[in-house]
Design a protein around this ligand. Structure first.
Ligand SMILES: Nc1ncnc2c1ncn2[C@@H]1O[C@H](COP(=O)(O)OP(=O)(O)OP(=O)(O)O)[C@@H](O)[C@H]1O
Length: 571
Protein backbone atom coordinates (compact mmCIF):
# COMPACT_ATOMS: atom_id res chain seq x y z
CA UNK A 1 0.00 0.00 0.00
CA UNK A 2 1.02 3.56 -0.54
CA UNK A 3 2.85 5.33 2.25
CA UNK A 4 0.54 7.32 4.44
CA UNK A 5 1.57 10.92 4.20
CA UNK A 6 -1.44 12.54 5.75
CA UNK A 7 0.07 13.10 9.16
CA UNK A 8 2.50 15.95 9.52
CA UNK A 9 5.34 13.84 10.91
CA UNK A 10 6.36 12.40 7.57
CA UNK A 11 6.29 15.67 5.61
CA UNK A 12 8.44 17.29 8.29
CA UNK A 13 10.91 14.42 8.20
CA UNK A 14 11.03 14.48 4.42
CA UNK A 15 11.41 18.23 4.35
CA UNK A 16 14.42 18.01 6.66
CA UNK A 17 15.90 15.12 4.67
CA UNK A 18 15.55 17.02 1.42
CA UNK A 19 17.10 20.13 2.89
CA UNK A 20 20.07 18.01 3.97
CA UNK A 21 20.40 16.19 0.64
CA UNK A 22 20.33 19.42 -1.36
CA UNK A 23 21.37 22.31 0.88
CA UNK A 24 21.50 24.65 -2.11
CA UNK A 25 17.97 24.20 -3.50
CA UNK A 26 16.30 22.06 -0.85
CA UNK A 27 14.97 24.88 1.36
CA UNK A 28 13.59 26.79 -1.64
CA UNK A 29 11.82 23.62 -2.80
CA UNK A 30 9.98 23.16 0.50
CA UNK A 31 6.69 24.72 -0.63
CA UNK A 32 6.63 22.47 -3.70
CA UNK A 33 7.39 19.42 -1.63
CA UNK A 34 4.57 20.29 0.75
CA UNK A 35 2.22 20.71 -2.18
CA UNK A 36 3.27 17.35 -3.60
CA UNK A 37 2.71 15.59 -0.28
CA UNK A 38 -0.66 17.27 0.17
CA UNK A 39 -1.62 16.18 -3.35
CA UNK A 40 -0.63 12.58 -2.63
CA UNK A 41 -2.57 12.63 0.64
CA UNK A 42 -5.54 13.81 -1.41
CA UNK A 43 -5.29 10.83 -3.77
CA UNK A 44 -3.26 12.38 -6.57
CA UNK A 45 -0.31 10.43 -7.96
CA UNK A 46 1.70 13.53 -8.81
CA UNK A 47 1.69 17.29 -8.81
CA UNK A 48 0.85 18.31 -12.35
CA UNK A 49 1.33 21.39 -14.46
CA UNK A 50 4.71 22.56 -13.13
CA UNK A 51 6.41 25.10 -15.34
CA UNK A 52 8.43 28.29 -15.20
CA UNK A 53 10.51 28.90 -12.07
CA UNK A 54 9.25 25.83 -10.25
CA UNK A 55 10.20 23.57 -13.14
CA UNK A 56 13.60 25.21 -13.61
CA UNK A 57 14.41 25.07 -9.88
CA UNK A 58 13.52 21.38 -9.73
CA UNK A 59 15.61 20.66 -12.81
CA UNK A 60 18.65 22.23 -11.12
CA UNK A 61 18.19 20.20 -7.95
CA UNK A 62 19.72 16.72 -7.60
CA UNK A 63 16.56 15.74 -5.68
CA UNK A 64 14.41 15.60 -8.78
CA UNK A 65 15.66 13.51 -11.66
CA UNK A 66 14.26 12.47 -14.98
CA UNK A 67 12.76 9.09 -15.67
CA UNK A 68 15.25 6.34 -14.90
CA UNK A 69 17.48 8.42 -12.65
CA UNK A 70 17.56 7.21 -9.07
CA UNK A 71 16.38 10.33 -7.30
CA UNK A 72 13.81 10.76 -4.51
CA UNK A 73 11.58 12.83 -6.81
CA UNK A 74 10.91 12.47 -10.51
CA UNK A 75 9.98 15.39 -12.75
CA UNK A 76 8.74 14.27 -16.14
CA UNK A 77 8.81 16.20 -19.37
CA UNK A 78 5.14 17.07 -18.98
CA UNK A 79 5.84 19.01 -15.77
CA UNK A 80 4.54 16.30 -13.42
CA UNK A 81 6.37 15.87 -10.13
CA UNK A 82 6.24 12.45 -8.47
CA UNK A 83 7.54 10.77 -5.38
CA UNK A 84 9.94 8.18 -6.85
CA UNK A 85 7.82 5.31 -5.63
CA UNK A 86 4.70 6.50 -7.42
CA UNK A 87 6.69 7.14 -10.56
CA UNK A 88 7.94 3.56 -10.43
CA UNK A 89 4.45 2.16 -9.80
CA UNK A 90 3.01 4.12 -12.71
CA UNK A 91 5.87 3.22 -15.04
CA UNK A 92 5.70 -0.44 -14.10
CA UNK A 93 1.93 -0.51 -14.60
CA UNK A 94 2.10 1.19 -18.00
CA UNK A 95 4.79 -1.26 -19.15
CA UNK A 96 2.89 -4.29 -17.86
CA UNK A 97 -0.48 -3.24 -19.32
CA UNK A 98 1.17 -2.40 -22.64
CA UNK A 99 2.79 -5.85 -22.72
CA UNK A 100 -0.50 -7.56 -21.85
CA UNK A 101 -2.56 -5.54 -24.32
CA UNK A 102 -0.10 -6.02 -27.17
CA UNK A 103 0.16 -9.79 -26.79
CA UNK A 104 -2.79 -11.32 -28.65
CA UNK A 105 -3.89 -14.78 -27.58
CA UNK A 106 -6.68 -15.84 -29.92
CA UNK A 107 -8.26 -19.27 -29.83
CA UNK A 108 -9.08 -21.40 -32.88
CA UNK A 109 -12.18 -21.24 -35.01
CA UNK A 110 -14.89 -22.29 -32.55
CA UNK A 111 -15.14 -18.97 -30.76
CA UNK A 112 -18.38 -17.82 -32.38
CA UNK A 113 -20.12 -21.15 -31.75
CA UNK A 114 -19.09 -21.13 -28.08
CA UNK A 115 -20.23 -17.51 -27.69
CA UNK A 116 -23.52 -18.30 -29.46
CA UNK A 117 -24.24 -20.96 -26.88
CA UNK A 118 -23.47 -18.63 -23.98
CA UNK A 119 -24.73 -15.24 -25.22
CA UNK A 120 -27.13 -16.13 -28.00
CA UNK A 121 -26.52 -15.52 -31.68
CA UNK A 122 -24.19 -12.71 -32.71
CA UNK A 123 -25.84 -9.31 -32.58
CA UNK A 124 -23.70 -6.29 -33.36
CA UNK A 125 -25.42 -4.18 -30.70
CA UNK A 126 -24.72 -6.67 -27.92
CA UNK A 127 -21.80 -5.09 -26.09
CA UNK A 128 -21.66 -7.91 -23.54
CA UNK A 129 -21.02 -10.46 -26.26
CA UNK A 130 -18.58 -8.15 -28.01
CA UNK A 131 -16.64 -7.65 -24.76
CA UNK A 132 -16.45 -11.42 -24.35
CA UNK A 133 -15.34 -11.99 -27.94
CA UNK A 134 -12.63 -9.34 -27.70
CA UNK A 135 -11.52 -10.86 -24.40
CA UNK A 136 -11.08 -14.28 -26.02
CA UNK A 137 -8.57 -12.68 -28.40
CA UNK A 138 -6.35 -10.85 -25.94
CA UNK A 139 -4.74 -10.91 -22.54
CA UNK A 140 -6.14 -7.65 -21.19
CA UNK A 141 -9.77 -6.62 -21.11
CA UNK A 142 -11.64 -3.98 -19.16
CA UNK A 143 -15.40 -4.19 -18.80
CA UNK A 144 -16.80 -1.05 -17.21
CA UNK A 145 -20.43 -0.18 -16.61
CA UNK A 146 -22.87 1.16 -14.05
CA UNK A 147 -24.83 -1.06 -11.67
CA UNK A 148 -26.80 -3.84 -13.28
CA UNK A 149 -25.24 -3.46 -16.73
CA UNK A 150 -24.23 -7.11 -16.63
CA UNK A 151 -20.54 -7.02 -15.81
CA UNK A 152 -20.76 -10.11 -13.62
CA UNK A 153 -23.08 -11.91 -16.03
CA UNK A 154 -20.68 -11.18 -18.87
CA UNK A 155 -17.56 -12.23 -17.04
CA UNK A 156 -19.06 -15.52 -15.89
CA UNK A 157 -20.04 -16.36 -19.47
CA UNK A 158 -16.64 -15.17 -20.66
CA UNK A 159 -14.84 -17.42 -18.17
CA UNK A 160 -16.98 -20.33 -19.35
CA UNK A 161 -16.04 -19.48 -22.96
CA UNK A 162 -12.35 -19.41 -22.10
CA UNK A 163 -12.66 -22.75 -20.29
CA UNK A 164 -14.54 -24.28 -23.23
CA UNK A 165 -12.07 -22.97 -25.81
CA UNK A 166 -8.84 -23.74 -24.01
CA UNK A 167 -7.12 -26.97 -25.04
CA UNK A 168 -6.11 -27.51 -21.40
CA UNK A 169 -7.89 -26.83 -18.10
CA UNK A 170 -7.41 -23.25 -16.93
CA UNK A 171 -6.64 -22.03 -13.44
CA UNK A 172 -8.85 -19.02 -12.80
CA UNK A 173 -9.05 -16.66 -9.85
CA UNK A 174 -11.30 -13.78 -8.86
CA UNK A 175 -10.43 -10.97 -6.51
CA UNK A 176 -11.76 -7.65 -5.28
CA UNK A 177 -10.23 -4.84 -3.24
CA UNK A 178 -12.37 -5.40 -0.12
CA UNK A 179 -13.69 -8.45 1.68
CA UNK A 180 -17.24 -7.23 1.23
CA UNK A 181 -16.83 -6.82 -2.52
CA UNK A 182 -15.19 -10.26 -2.72
CA UNK A 183 -18.11 -11.82 -0.82
CA UNK A 184 -20.64 -10.14 -3.13
CA UNK A 185 -18.73 -11.30 -6.21
CA UNK A 186 -18.58 -14.85 -4.85
CA UNK A 187 -22.33 -14.83 -4.35
CA UNK A 188 -23.20 -13.49 -7.80
CA UNK A 189 -20.73 -15.71 -9.64
CA UNK A 190 -22.03 -18.82 -7.88
CA UNK A 191 -25.59 -17.93 -8.84
CA UNK A 192 -24.74 -17.13 -12.47
CA UNK A 193 -22.43 -20.14 -12.86
CA UNK A 194 -25.15 -22.62 -11.96
CA UNK A 195 -27.37 -21.32 -14.76
CA UNK A 196 -24.72 -21.67 -17.49
CA UNK A 197 -25.54 -23.95 -20.43
CA UNK A 198 -22.13 -25.68 -20.31
CA UNK A 199 -20.64 -29.07 -19.55
CA UNK A 200 -19.78 -29.81 -15.93
CA UNK A 201 -16.08 -29.99 -16.83
CA UNK A 202 -16.26 -26.40 -18.07
CA UNK A 203 -18.27 -25.20 -15.07
CA UNK A 204 -15.78 -26.82 -12.71
CA UNK A 205 -13.00 -24.57 -14.01
CA UNK A 206 -14.82 -21.42 -12.92
CA UNK A 207 -13.62 -20.05 -9.60
CA UNK A 208 -15.81 -20.93 -6.64
CA UNK A 209 -14.78 -18.02 -4.52
CA UNK A 210 -13.37 -14.52 -4.80
CA UNK A 211 -10.74 -13.28 -2.38
CA UNK A 212 -9.30 -9.90 -1.53
CA UNK A 213 -6.46 -8.66 -3.70
CA UNK A 214 -4.30 -8.29 -0.59
CA UNK A 215 -4.78 -11.94 0.22
CA UNK A 216 -4.34 -13.06 -3.39
CA UNK A 217 -0.92 -11.49 -3.77
CA UNK A 218 0.06 -12.00 -0.12
CA UNK A 219 0.35 -8.38 0.86
CA UNK A 220 0.76 -8.26 4.61
CA UNK A 221 1.27 -4.86 6.24
CA UNK A 222 4.80 -4.36 7.46
CA UNK A 223 6.35 -6.57 4.80
CA UNK A 224 8.39 -4.94 2.08
CA UNK A 225 6.73 -6.64 -0.87
CA UNK A 226 3.95 -9.09 -1.53
CA UNK A 227 4.51 -12.83 -1.46
CA UNK A 228 3.63 -13.05 -5.14
CA UNK A 229 5.63 -10.86 -7.49
CA UNK A 230 7.36 -11.01 -10.86
CA UNK A 231 9.93 -13.57 -9.68
CA UNK A 232 7.33 -15.63 -7.81
CA UNK A 233 4.18 -15.17 -9.90
CA UNK A 234 0.67 -16.34 -9.12
CA UNK A 235 -0.04 -19.87 -10.34
CA UNK A 236 -2.98 -18.95 -12.56
CA UNK A 237 -4.06 -18.48 -16.16
CA UNK A 238 -6.89 -15.96 -15.75
CA UNK A 239 -7.45 -13.29 -13.12
CA UNK A 240 -10.67 -11.30 -12.76
CA UNK A 241 -10.53 -8.18 -10.60
CA UNK A 242 -13.92 -6.74 -9.67
CA UNK A 243 -14.64 -3.26 -8.27
CA UNK A 244 -11.44 -2.13 -9.96
CA UNK A 245 -12.35 1.54 -9.41
CA UNK A 246 -11.38 1.03 -5.76
CA UNK A 247 -7.91 -0.31 -6.56
CA UNK A 248 -5.15 2.24 -6.09
CA UNK A 249 -2.08 2.63 -8.26
CA UNK A 250 0.35 0.69 -6.06
CA UNK A 251 -1.98 -2.24 -5.49
CA UNK A 252 -2.78 -2.47 -9.20
CA UNK A 253 0.92 -2.29 -10.11
CA UNK A 254 1.71 -5.05 -7.62
CA UNK A 255 -1.19 -7.20 -8.83
CA UNK A 256 -0.23 -6.92 -12.48
CA UNK A 257 3.42 -7.58 -11.63
CA UNK A 258 2.40 -10.81 -9.88
CA UNK A 259 0.80 -12.26 -13.03
CA UNK A 260 2.72 -14.98 -14.86
CA UNK A 261 3.79 -14.11 -18.39
CA UNK A 262 0.98 -16.03 -20.13
CA UNK A 263 -1.95 -14.96 -17.89
CA UNK A 264 -5.02 -13.00 -18.88
CA UNK A 265 -6.29 -10.08 -16.80
CA UNK A 266 -9.91 -8.93 -16.83
CA UNK A 267 -10.86 -5.79 -14.91
CA UNK A 268 -14.48 -5.09 -13.99
CA UNK A 269 -15.77 -1.90 -12.44
CA UNK A 270 -17.60 1.34 -12.84
CA UNK A 271 -15.27 4.04 -14.15
CA UNK A 272 -17.60 6.78 -12.88
CA UNK A 273 -17.48 5.73 -9.24
CA UNK A 274 -15.29 7.29 -6.58
CA UNK A 275 -11.63 6.55 -7.14
CA UNK A 276 -9.51 4.65 -4.63
CA UNK A 277 -8.86 6.08 -1.18
CA UNK A 278 -5.11 5.78 -1.80
CA UNK A 279 -3.36 7.56 -4.67
CA UNK A 280 -4.51 6.99 -8.23
CA UNK A 281 -7.61 6.63 -10.38
CA UNK A 282 -6.44 3.60 -12.30
CA UNK A 283 -9.75 2.40 -13.75
CA UNK A 284 -10.83 5.94 -14.64
CA UNK A 285 -7.49 6.58 -16.37
CA UNK A 286 -7.60 3.29 -18.30
CA UNK A 287 -11.19 4.03 -19.39
CA UNK A 288 -10.56 7.71 -20.11
CA UNK A 289 -10.72 6.94 -23.83
CA UNK A 290 -11.79 4.13 -26.11
CA UNK A 291 -10.23 3.04 -29.39
CA UNK A 292 -11.04 0.29 -31.87
CA UNK A 293 -9.01 -1.65 -34.35
CA UNK A 294 -10.25 -1.04 -37.88
CA UNK A 295 -11.62 -4.54 -38.48
CA UNK A 296 -13.61 -4.42 -35.23
CA UNK A 297 -14.84 -0.92 -36.06
CA UNK A 298 -15.86 -1.88 -39.60
CA UNK A 299 -17.98 -4.74 -38.34
CA UNK A 300 -19.73 -2.48 -35.84
CA UNK A 301 -20.21 0.46 -38.19
CA UNK A 302 -21.51 -1.81 -40.96
CA UNK A 303 -24.17 -3.02 -38.53
CA UNK A 304 -25.13 0.56 -37.71
CA UNK A 305 -23.68 0.60 -34.19
CA UNK A 306 -22.66 4.05 -32.91
CA UNK A 307 -19.02 3.67 -31.98
CA UNK A 308 -17.76 5.38 -28.84
CA UNK A 309 -14.16 6.59 -29.14
CA UNK A 310 -11.91 6.50 -32.19
CA UNK A 311 -10.60 4.03 -34.74
CA UNK A 312 -6.90 3.64 -34.07
CA UNK A 313 -5.05 0.38 -34.69
CA UNK A 314 -1.96 1.70 -32.98
CA UNK A 315 -3.62 2.61 -29.67
CA UNK A 316 -2.18 0.51 -26.84
CA UNK A 317 -5.63 -0.28 -25.49
CA UNK A 318 -7.42 -0.61 -28.84
CA UNK A 319 -10.28 -3.12 -28.47
CA UNK A 320 -9.42 -3.56 -24.76
CA UNK A 321 -12.01 -1.28 -23.12
CA UNK A 322 -15.75 -1.91 -23.38
CA UNK A 323 -18.25 0.23 -21.48
CA UNK A 324 -21.63 -1.44 -20.95
CA UNK A 325 -24.41 1.15 -21.04
CA UNK A 326 -27.68 -0.69 -20.72
CA UNK A 327 -28.80 -1.39 -17.18
CA UNK A 328 -30.73 -4.64 -16.86
CA UNK A 329 -31.59 -3.80 -13.26
CA UNK A 330 -32.97 -0.31 -13.73
CA UNK A 331 -35.47 -0.06 -16.59
CA UNK A 332 -36.04 3.11 -18.59
CA UNK A 333 -38.66 4.25 -16.05
CA UNK A 334 -36.42 3.78 -13.04
CA UNK A 335 -35.70 7.01 -11.20
CA UNK A 336 -32.49 5.61 -9.67
CA UNK A 337 -31.02 4.72 -13.08
CA UNK A 338 -32.06 8.01 -14.66
CA UNK A 339 -30.85 10.10 -11.73
CA UNK A 340 -27.47 8.33 -11.74
CA UNK A 341 -27.08 9.00 -15.47
CA UNK A 342 -28.12 12.65 -15.13
CA UNK A 343 -25.66 13.21 -12.27
CA UNK A 344 -22.89 11.62 -14.30
CA UNK A 345 -23.65 13.82 -17.27
CA UNK A 346 -23.86 16.87 -14.95
CA UNK A 347 -27.29 17.53 -16.46
CA UNK A 348 -28.53 19.73 -13.63
CA UNK A 349 -31.95 20.52 -15.07
CA UNK A 350 -32.63 16.83 -15.49
CA UNK A 351 -31.39 16.11 -11.95
CA UNK A 352 -33.75 18.71 -10.48
CA UNK A 353 -36.65 17.64 -12.70
CA UNK A 354 -36.22 13.98 -11.69
CA UNK A 355 -36.05 14.79 -8.00
CA UNK A 356 -39.07 17.09 -8.19
CA UNK A 357 -41.22 14.49 -9.97
CA UNK A 358 -43.72 12.84 -7.70
CA UNK A 359 -44.32 10.11 -10.28
CA UNK A 360 -41.04 8.28 -9.78
CA UNK A 361 -41.58 5.83 -6.98
CA UNK A 362 -37.91 5.05 -6.34
CA UNK A 363 -36.38 8.48 -5.76
CA UNK A 364 -37.32 11.28 -3.42
CA UNK A 365 -35.93 14.54 -2.15
CA UNK A 366 -36.57 16.17 1.21
CA UNK A 367 -35.06 19.29 2.74
CA UNK A 368 -33.52 17.60 5.78
CA UNK A 369 -33.05 14.32 7.58
CA UNK A 370 -35.74 13.32 10.08
CA UNK A 371 -34.76 13.36 13.75
CA UNK A 372 -33.14 10.34 15.39
CA UNK A 373 -36.51 8.75 16.18
CA UNK A 374 -37.47 9.12 12.53
CA UNK A 375 -34.22 7.57 11.38
CA UNK A 376 -34.66 4.66 13.79
CA UNK A 377 -38.12 4.12 12.36
CA UNK A 378 -36.48 3.42 9.00
CA UNK A 379 -34.82 0.46 10.65
CA UNK A 380 -37.97 -0.99 12.20
CA UNK A 381 -37.39 -4.25 10.25
CA UNK A 382 -34.00 -4.67 11.81
CA UNK A 383 -35.17 -4.23 15.40
CA UNK A 384 -38.01 -6.59 14.72
CA UNK A 385 -35.63 -9.21 13.29
CA UNK A 386 -33.46 -8.80 16.39
CA UNK A 387 -36.42 -9.26 18.71
CA UNK A 388 -37.45 -12.38 16.83
CA UNK A 389 -34.07 -14.11 17.09
CA UNK A 390 -34.19 -17.50 18.71
CA UNK A 391 -32.13 -17.89 21.86
CA UNK A 392 -30.10 -20.56 20.08
CA UNK A 393 -30.21 -18.98 16.60
CA UNK A 394 -27.38 -20.09 14.36
CA UNK A 395 -28.47 -18.53 11.10
CA UNK A 396 -28.02 -14.82 11.19
CA UNK A 397 -28.97 -14.25 7.56
CA UNK A 398 -32.41 -12.74 8.30
CA UNK A 399 -30.86 -10.26 10.73
CA UNK A 400 -28.19 -9.23 8.24
CA UNK A 401 -30.73 -9.04 5.42
CA UNK A 402 -32.89 -6.74 7.55
CA UNK A 403 -29.89 -4.59 8.43
CA UNK A 404 -28.81 -4.22 4.80
CA UNK A 405 -32.25 -3.14 3.66
CA UNK A 406 -31.46 0.42 4.68
CA UNK A 407 -28.36 2.58 4.86
CA UNK A 408 -27.85 6.22 5.60
CA UNK A 409 -24.86 7.71 3.80
CA UNK A 410 -23.07 11.01 4.22
CA UNK A 411 -20.10 12.60 2.51
CA UNK A 412 -18.12 13.51 5.59
CA UNK A 413 -16.92 11.43 8.51
CA UNK A 414 -17.95 13.94 11.16
CA UNK A 415 -21.54 13.94 9.86
CA UNK A 416 -21.61 10.16 10.05
CA UNK A 417 -20.24 10.21 13.60
CA UNK A 418 -22.83 12.81 14.66
CA UNK A 419 -25.74 10.81 13.19
CA UNK A 420 -24.55 7.60 14.85
CA UNK A 421 -24.25 9.42 18.18
CA UNK A 422 -27.78 10.87 17.84
CA UNK A 423 -29.21 7.44 17.14
CA UNK A 424 -27.43 5.90 20.10
CA UNK A 425 -28.69 8.71 22.34
CA UNK A 426 -32.22 7.90 21.13
CA UNK A 427 -31.64 4.20 21.91
CA UNK A 428 -30.64 5.20 25.43
CA UNK A 429 -33.89 7.12 25.78
CA UNK A 430 -35.76 4.04 24.62
CA UNK A 431 -33.86 1.85 27.08
CA UNK A 432 -32.29 -0.28 24.37
CA UNK A 433 -28.81 0.86 25.29
CA UNK A 434 -27.46 1.48 28.79
CA UNK A 435 -26.06 4.95 29.33
CA UNK A 436 -22.28 4.84 29.53
CA UNK A 437 -21.82 1.40 28.04
CA UNK A 438 -20.68 0.95 24.46
CA UNK A 439 -22.20 -2.44 23.84
CA UNK A 440 -25.84 -3.50 23.54
CA UNK A 441 -27.79 -6.04 21.56
CA UNK A 442 -28.38 -4.67 18.09
CA UNK A 443 -25.28 -2.45 17.87
CA UNK A 444 -24.02 -2.63 14.27
CA UNK A 445 -20.29 -2.03 13.87
CA UNK A 446 -17.91 -1.58 11.00
CA UNK A 447 -14.30 -2.64 11.40
CA UNK A 448 -12.00 0.26 10.49
CA UNK A 449 -8.59 -1.42 10.58
CA UNK A 450 -7.36 -4.70 9.14
CA UNK A 451 -6.52 -7.30 11.74
CA UNK A 452 -4.86 -10.23 10.02
CA UNK A 453 -4.49 -12.12 13.31
CA UNK A 454 -8.20 -12.26 14.02
CA UNK A 455 -9.15 -12.21 10.33
CA UNK A 456 -11.32 -9.09 10.33
CA UNK A 457 -10.79 -6.38 7.79
CA UNK A 458 -11.49 -2.71 7.20
CA UNK A 459 -15.11 -2.42 6.10
CA UNK A 460 -16.38 -5.71 7.59
CA UNK A 461 -19.78 -5.22 9.21
CA UNK A 462 -20.79 -7.13 12.33
CA UNK A 463 -24.03 -7.12 14.33
CA UNK A 464 -24.14 -7.44 18.10
CA UNK A 465 -26.40 -10.15 19.52
CA UNK A 466 -26.98 -11.72 22.91
CA UNK A 467 -25.65 -15.30 23.08
CA UNK A 468 -26.02 -17.36 26.23
CA UNK A 469 -26.19 -14.22 28.34
CA UNK A 470 -23.20 -12.58 26.69
CA UNK A 471 -22.90 -10.06 23.91
CA UNK A 472 -21.22 -11.31 20.75
CA UNK A 473 -20.54 -9.59 17.46
CA UNK A 474 -21.49 -11.77 14.50
CA UNK A 475 -19.74 -11.47 11.13
CA UNK A 476 -20.48 -13.33 7.90
CA UNK A 477 -17.55 -15.44 6.64
CA UNK A 478 -16.52 -15.65 3.00
CA UNK A 479 -17.69 -19.25 2.72
CA UNK A 480 -21.25 -18.37 3.67
CA UNK A 481 -20.93 -19.19 7.37
CA UNK A 482 -20.80 -17.03 10.50
CA UNK A 483 -18.32 -16.21 13.19
CA UNK A 484 -18.95 -14.75 16.60
CA UNK A 485 -16.39 -12.47 18.19
CA UNK A 486 -16.31 -11.09 21.73
CA UNK A 487 -16.64 -7.27 21.64
CA UNK A 488 -13.35 -6.87 23.51
CA UNK A 489 -11.45 -8.72 20.78
CA UNK A 490 -12.60 -6.52 17.92
CA UNK A 491 -10.06 -4.41 16.06
CA UNK A 492 -10.84 -0.68 15.76
CA UNK A 493 -14.45 -0.16 14.78
CA UNK A 494 -17.28 2.37 14.58
CA UNK A 495 -21.01 2.16 15.11
CA UNK A 496 -22.62 1.99 11.69
CA UNK A 497 -26.22 3.16 11.51
CA UNK A 498 -24.75 5.58 9.00
CA UNK A 499 -21.53 5.34 6.99
CA UNK A 500 -19.55 7.50 4.58
CA UNK A 501 -20.13 7.04 0.87
CA UNK A 502 -16.50 5.95 0.60
CA UNK A 503 -17.14 3.07 2.98
CA UNK A 504 -20.27 2.07 1.09
CA UNK A 505 -18.37 1.30 -2.12
CA UNK A 506 -18.78 -2.30 -3.18
CA UNK A 507 -22.03 -2.63 -1.17
CA UNK A 508 -25.66 -2.41 -2.13
CA UNK A 509 -28.74 -1.67 -0.02
CA UNK A 510 -32.43 -1.85 -0.86
CA UNK A 511 -32.96 1.68 0.39
CA UNK A 512 -30.30 4.39 0.57
CA UNK A 513 -30.55 7.88 2.03
CA UNK A 514 -27.86 10.43 1.28
CA UNK A 515 -27.51 13.24 3.83
CA UNK A 516 -25.98 16.26 2.10
CA UNK A 517 -23.68 18.58 4.04
CA UNK A 518 -25.18 21.93 5.05
CA UNK A 519 -22.94 23.81 2.62
CA UNK A 520 -20.95 22.85 -0.49
CA UNK A 521 -17.83 20.92 0.45
CA UNK A 522 -14.72 19.75 -1.40
CA UNK A 523 -15.56 16.20 -0.34
CA UNK A 524 -18.95 16.31 -2.05
CA UNK A 525 -18.07 15.49 -5.65
CA UNK A 526 -19.96 14.24 -8.67
CA UNK A 527 -18.40 10.79 -8.28
CA UNK A 528 -19.46 10.71 -4.63
CA UNK A 529 -23.09 11.59 -5.42
CA UNK A 530 -23.12 9.03 -8.26
CA UNK A 531 -21.61 6.36 -6.01
CA UNK A 532 -24.22 7.05 -3.31
CA UNK A 533 -27.14 6.83 -5.75
CA UNK A 534 -25.85 3.61 -7.30
CA UNK A 535 -25.69 1.88 -3.89
CA UNK A 536 -29.52 1.87 -3.90
CA UNK A 537 -31.52 -1.00 -5.36
CA UNK A 538 -35.14 0.02 -4.74
CA UNK A 539 -35.24 3.48 -3.16
CA UNK A 540 -32.98 6.54 -3.04
CA UNK A 541 -33.75 9.49 -0.80
CA UNK A 542 -31.76 12.70 -0.94
CA UNK A 543 -31.89 14.80 2.20
CA UNK A 544 -30.59 18.34 1.97
CA UNK A 545 -30.44 21.56 0.05
CA UNK A 546 -30.72 21.24 -3.76
CA UNK A 547 -28.13 24.03 -4.16
CA UNK A 548 -25.60 21.90 -2.26
CA UNK A 549 -26.39 18.95 -4.49
CA UNK A 550 -25.87 21.14 -7.53
CA UNK A 551 -22.46 22.29 -6.27
CA UNK A 552 -21.52 18.63 -5.66
CA UNK A 553 -22.56 17.53 -9.14
CA UNK A 554 -20.47 20.32 -10.66
CA UNK A 555 -17.48 19.43 -8.48
CA UNK A 556 -15.50 16.87 -10.47
CA UNK A 557 -11.83 17.48 -9.77
CA UNK A 558 -9.58 15.25 -11.87
CA UNK A 559 -6.99 13.16 -10.07
CA UNK A 560 -3.52 14.15 -11.14
CA UNK A 561 -1.64 11.26 -12.69
CA UNK A 562 0.33 10.48 -15.82
CA UNK A 563 -1.38 7.14 -16.43
CA UNK A 564 -4.11 8.27 -18.84
CA UNK A 565 -1.64 10.20 -20.97
CA UNK A 566 0.90 7.37 -21.02
CA UNK A 567 -1.67 4.73 -21.93
CA UNK A 568 -3.43 7.01 -24.41
CA UNK A 569 -0.64 9.19 -25.87
CA UNK A 570 -2.05 11.91 -28.10
CA UNK A 571 -0.14 13.07 -31.15
N1 LIG B 1 -28.04 -9.44 -21.38
C1 LIG B 1 -28.87 -9.55 -20.36
N2 LIG B 1 -30.18 -9.79 -20.55
C2 LIG B 1 -31.05 -9.90 -19.53
N3 LIG B 1 -30.70 -9.76 -18.24
C3 LIG B 1 -29.41 -9.50 -17.95
C4 LIG B 1 -28.44 -9.38 -19.00
N4 LIG B 1 -27.25 -9.12 -18.41
C5 LIG B 1 -27.46 -9.07 -17.10
N5 LIG B 1 -28.76 -9.31 -16.82
C6 LIG B 1 -29.39 -9.33 -15.48
O1 LIG B 1 -29.25 -8.06 -14.90
C7 LIG B 1 -28.95 -8.14 -13.52
C8 LIG B 1 -27.63 -7.45 -13.23
O2 LIG B 1 -26.57 -8.14 -13.87
P1 LIG B 1 -25.13 -8.23 -13.24
O3 LIG B 1 -25.20 -8.56 -11.80
O4 LIG B 1 -24.30 -9.09 -14.11
O5 LIG B 1 -24.68 -6.72 -13.40
P2 LIG B 1 -23.40 -6.00 -12.80
O6 LIG B 1 -23.00 -4.98 -13.79
O7 LIG B 1 -22.36 -6.99 -12.41
O8 LIG B 1 -24.02 -5.31 -11.52
P3 LIG B 1 -23.28 -4.70 -10.23
O9 LIG B 1 -22.44 -3.58 -10.70
O10 LIG B 1 -24.39 -4.23 -9.39
O11 LIG B 1 -22.50 -5.81 -9.64
C9 LIG B 1 -28.91 -9.63 -13.20
O12 LIG B 1 -30.17 -9.99 -12.69
C10 LIG B 1 -28.68 -10.29 -14.55
O13 LIG B 1 -29.25 -11.57 -14.60
Amino acid sequence: MTATVSDSFLPDQLARLFARLDPEHGPALQPLLQRLLAAVAGGHVCLGGLSGDDYARLRRSPLAGRAGEYTPLVLDEGGRLYLARHWQDETQLVAALTRLARDPQPFGGEVEAVLDALFGPADAGDWQRLAARLATERRFMVISGGPGTGKTTTVVRLLAALAALSPRPLVMAMAAPTGKAAARLTESVRAARDALPVADAVRAQLPDKAQTLHRLIGLIPGTARPRQHAANPLPLDVLVVDEASMVDLSLMAQTVAALPSHARLILLGDRDQLASVEAGAVLGDICSRQAWRSDTAQGLLAAGVALPGVIDDSAILADSVVVLQKSHRFGADSGIGRLARAVNAAALDEVHALLAQQALADIRQQPALPDAAGLLAQRADYWQALAQLDADAADWAPLFAAFHRFMLLAAERHTVAAINAQIEAELEKLGRKAVGSDWYAGRPVMVTRNDYGIGLFNGDIGLTVMREGRLRVVFPTTDGGWREVAPARLPEHDTVYAMTVHKSQGSEFASVWLALPAAPSAVLTRALVYTAITRARDMFVLAGNPAVLEAGVLNAPPRQSGLAERLWPQP
